[in-house]
Design a protein around this ligand. Structure first.
Ligand code: HSE
Length: 441
């Protein structure tokens, strides 16, 4: 059988990894796919760089539309990134009847509904294993391996840059800004790291996992997104004293009222496997009613790890190329006419536990007043720690102390009210630190 022909749009880090792995493992991949998979055309504005990677084995052009217009190309791999040109080109490739493989989480989290509908109308596949957690086959696991389960929750470390920063902050007791600078010098963090450090990249990936897990449309706009740029070294240390690590988690949960979809720094018990995922690695825990908790761990970025996911999609499409589209695995795991309208809950309605740190004057009655406010808001205290504060933001002669409180699960709206009331006390001397806590048991 003739090889299936692939056109790459963009041949940077992931594109060159895809080319190299396909060439290196061609025999093995052909034995699996049932026919060869060849990159025959590449579009990249930097044609010299593209030619340096592919040599004479593929035609190199500067204009992506030449790839899309080529009737010999069966699959278009979009590795351009972003929402703008990538969206236009993906929709044009679909309209031209090409299957699409993409690593573009931002595009699908924001425009997925439109793109999947266009693909369905044309009877083509849009595959996106590489968009979530790089080389970890989490889309395959959610869509196929766990298909028997009613999935209850997912919690993931799905951004390597922030996990690297948090690991360094904890190991070396450094502040966020110092570690971010080091991460940029080492090439872990982008020159503009906003999407990573503010949780946006993780929220894109979480949005896709949530849709597949619960059979809902992709709804990035409804996600709560909070990054790590305001985290202080002191809280990482206090968390450790209390038996917790702080991780930037993407959490999506099914509740009786709706679906939680949130990215934020989270205290996780240090004894959990996921709390021990360090450096730039990714990990995702999926809890299903039948299987219980399962954990997926690996490299969430990088040339060949991400290429591994891109090629897995190419093999899937190659195997199913001639199959009736109705018999393919649906894009979002559930049949498109069986997606549910279960709402994404506003953050106020989310239920979780909390770590609070209050810098207070060290005098009689202060703790009683704080405990009173928590009680009035029906918030139950789980643990309490008091430590002298020998520095910090407040210039004052009065004795002050850090009070750290762990709470049991409570509704976020009540916690917001309690924080506003506590913050108004004259004995609370600095902005209250609030970090959510999940036991993941
Ligand atoms: N920038 C991401 C990370 C990888 O740091 O994990 C691509 O999504």
């Amino acid at each position: 059988m003739t090889p299936i022909r692939v056109g790459l749009l963009g041949i940077g880090t992931v594109g060159s990894g895809t080319f190299n792995v396909l060439r290196r493992n061609q025999t093995e991949i052909t034995r699996r796919a049932g026919r060869g998979i060849e990159i025959t055309m590449v579009a990249d504005l930097d044609t010299a760089r593209a030619k340096a990677v592919v040599g004479d084995s593929a035609r190199v052009v500067a204009d992506a539309r030449e790839v899309i217009a080529n009737p010999d190309i069966d699959i278009v791999v979009e590795l351009i990134g972003g929402y703008g040109m990538a969206r236009t080109l993906v929709l044009e490739a679909i309209a031209a009847g090409k299957h699409v493989v993409t690593a573009n989480k931002a595009l699908l989290a924001v425009h997925g509904t439109e793109i999947f509908a266009a693909a369905r109308d044309k009877g083509v596949v849009v595959a996106f294993e590489a968009a979530v957690a790089g080389g970890i086959p989490i889309i395959k696991a959610l869509r196929e391996g766990l298909t028997a389960n009613r999935i209850q929750w997912i919690a993931g470390i799905i951004n390597g840059t922030t996990n690297f920063i948090l690991s360094e902050m904890r190991a070396k007791g450094l502040d966020f800004g110092v570690v971010l600078k080091q991460a940029q010098e080492l090439g872990y963090a982008e020159a503009d790291p906003t999407f990573d450090i503010e949780g946006v990249d993780a929220a894109h990936k979480l949005t896709l996992m949530s849709a597949i897990a619960f059979g809902i449309p992709v709804q990035f706009d409804s996600a709560h997104v909070e990054g790590i740029s305001k985290l202080q070294a002191a809280d990482i240390t206090y968390a450790e004293h209390l038996g917790y690590r702080i991780k930037l988690l993407g959490i999506t949960k099914r509740t009786s009222a709706g679906i939680e979809l949130r990215v934020h720094p989270t205290l996780v018990p240090a004894k959990r496997l996921i709390a021990n995922v360090e450096g730039a690695m990714n990990a995702v825990v999926v809890h299903g009613d039948a299987v219980g908790s399962t954990l997926y761990y690996g490299k969430g970025a990088g040339s060949e790890p991400t290429a591994s996911a891109v090629i897995a999609d190419l093999v899937d499409i190659t195997r199913l190329h001639t199959a009736d589209p109705r018999h393919r695995v649906p894009h979002l795991a559930f049949q498109h006419d069986a997606l549910s309208a279960t709402p994404i809950l506003p953050m106020d309605a989310t239920v979780t536990a909390y770590y609070l740190r209050l810098q207070v004057t060290d005098e009689a009655g202060v703790l009683a007043r704080i405990a009173g406010i928590l009680a009035e808001n029906r918030i139950s205290i789980d643990a309490l720690l008091q430590r002298p504060n020998d520095g910090g933001a407040v210039e004052s002669a009065e004795a002050r102390t850090d009070v750290i409180i762990l709470t049991h699960d409570t509704v976020e709206g009540g916690m917001n009210r309690a924080i506003t009331q506590m913050q108004a006390l004259p004995t609370v001397l600095a902005p209250i630190v609030r970090i959510r806590k999940e036991e993941l048991s």
